[in-house]
Design a protein around this ligand. Structure first.
Ligand SMILES: [Zn+2]
Length: 457
């Protein structure tokens, strides 16, 4: 054979596509606009998922899934991370709106909780909340409530990831009547759940004005000893500032917590509405994460947190809905993103200060950083746990799409989420929730509504 002919054959052979090696995996999502939140968006891309993990993002043509989900024309993004809520309070949704925090807490919430909160209440309340979160694209939630071990069991059952804080407060509550009871409960709770792949147990001292100095110091020590995070409300209202100043030599709540050695990278401070520039510096330096809850802060007229300044100052800021009872009243993280962006724009009188992309980051990788989980969740990258949602962009309210971030944040809502996957498990597909008996949870909500009304008469 002529040498030139052989050379030609070689060139032709090299140009041929190799026999493709197909990887068989659990789920392949195809054809969507993928917001990895770790780099530029990928048009007509996909995500391959196997054994709970993301194995490929972008071009997934080499992957064949046991299940294939066509996301053509829709957005694929990391599951949303709610950094502050009280899930079971869905059963108090709308019990007393249009009041300030102290009026709402002392005249409605604390009495209603004393008379109604039980293991059953928390179990079913969390179940209803789980359905709502799955339906609106939340895959990780941060909770502060009572009977938190039961919250953990419900989160597991629904397939959600949870950072779950058992409440510590200086008066008798539904699950623990004394401080010592609460500490004993927490030791058991942490022992039961620490190391669980989906559940991070945490301590949740309610706030600097409802937990004494000694108890806050004990909480700090206990969290360090047990190696678990602390969730706390900080600097939420002007009234809190006043109460703390009166008892603590004129100090602001953040400065007071710092003075007793409470702050650290394992602390998630909800709200931070009234943080001073000095406190912002301290929080950044101590790596305290902040859960910004714009809808709660506006609903209770608490104020608007200095989010732009916090971010500029180097604080990790995530988003939270807060409880759904009179301080929101839903668990919709997409609405929360829109509110976060809009409130900062009007506060600074500058529409550029917080963009749709910024709040999407806060609801995903930002939230993961607040919870110290950025190696595990918050972006779509190979090797991370597979928490993935798909948002329908083909509704009248999201068309046409000039910017996918704009369509998600300013035009879509929680009900635009069509598929929710957490840890590689499909929790909702085509709007059908697969892990929660939704009608049963709604029936229970109606029952509890009647019981709560009676209990307050
Ligand atoms: Zn709260």
């Amino acid at each position: 054979m002529k040498r030139w002919f052989l050379a030609l054959l070689c060139v032709l052979w090299a140009g041929q596509p190799r026999a493709a090696v197909l990887h068989h995996v659990d789920i392949v999502i195809t054809g969507g606009t993928v917001l990895t939140m770790a780099g530029p968006n990928i048009e007509n891309g996909g995500v391959a998922i196997d054994k709970g993990k993301i194995v490929a993002v972008g071009n997934v043509s080499g992957y064949r899934g046991k299940k294939t989900i066509d996301a053509h024309g829709n957005a694929v993004l990391p599951g949303l991370i709610n950094t502050h809520t009280h899930a079971a309070m869905v059963f108090f949704r709308g019990i007393a709106d249009d009041r300030d925090l102290m009026d709402w807490l002392t005249h409605f919430i604390f009495p209603a909780e004393a008379k109604n909160v039980s293991k059953d209440f928390v179990t079913w309340g969390t179940r209803l909340a789980a359905a709502e979160m799955i339906q609106s694209g939340t895959t990780t939630f941060t909770d502060m409530y009572y009977f938190e071990s039961d919250v953990a069991a419900e989160a597991k059952r629904a397939g959600l990831r949870g950072v779950l804080g058992e409440t510590l407060i200086d008066f008798p509550v539904a699950d623990n009547k004394t401080w010592d009871d609460a500490v004993a409960y927490i030791r058991q709770f942490v022992k039961r759940w620490k190391g669980d792949p989906m559940i991070t147990p945490a301590l949740a001292p309610h706030a600097p004005y409802t937990v004494s100095r000694d108890h806050l110091i004990q909480t700090r020590q206990l969290a360090t000893e047990l190696g678990v995070p602390i969730l706390i409300h900080v600097s939420e209202t002007k009234n809190e500032l006043q109460q703390v100043a009166e008892k603590q030599n004129g100090m602001t709540p953040g400065a007071y917590l710092d003075s007793i050695g409470f702050l650290g990278h394992d602390v998630v401070a909800a709200h931070g509405v009234w943080l001073t520039p000095e406190e912002i510096k301290v929080f950044a330096q101590k790596r305290v994460g902040v859960a910004h809850c714009p809808e709660s802060n506006s609903m209770l007229a608490s104020g608007i947190a200095p989010v732009v300044d916090m971010r500029k100052g180097g604080i990790n800021v995530g988003l939270g809905t807060d409880g759904p009872a009179g301080s929101n009243n839903n668990l919709d993280m997409i609405e929360e993103m829109a509110s976060a962006a809009r409130f900062q724009k009007v506060t600074k009188m500058d529409p550029r200060v917080l963009s749709a992309r910024d709040v999407l980051e806060m609801a995903t990788i930002g939230g993961a950083r607040v919870l110290g989980m950025e190696d595990k969740i918050g972006t779509l990258e190979a090797g991370k746990r597979a928490d993935v949602i798909i948002i329908n962009l083909q509704q009248p309210k999201t068309q046409p799409v000039y910017s996918v971030e704009s369509a998600i944040v300013y035009a879509a809502s929680g009900s635009s989420v069509i598929t929710t996957i957490c840890d590689g498990k499909i929790l909702m597909r085509d709007r059908k929730v697969l892990t929660v008996d939704v009608p049963a949870a709604i029936a229970k909500a109606k029952q509890y509504r009647d019981q709560v009304v009676k209990s307050l008469q």
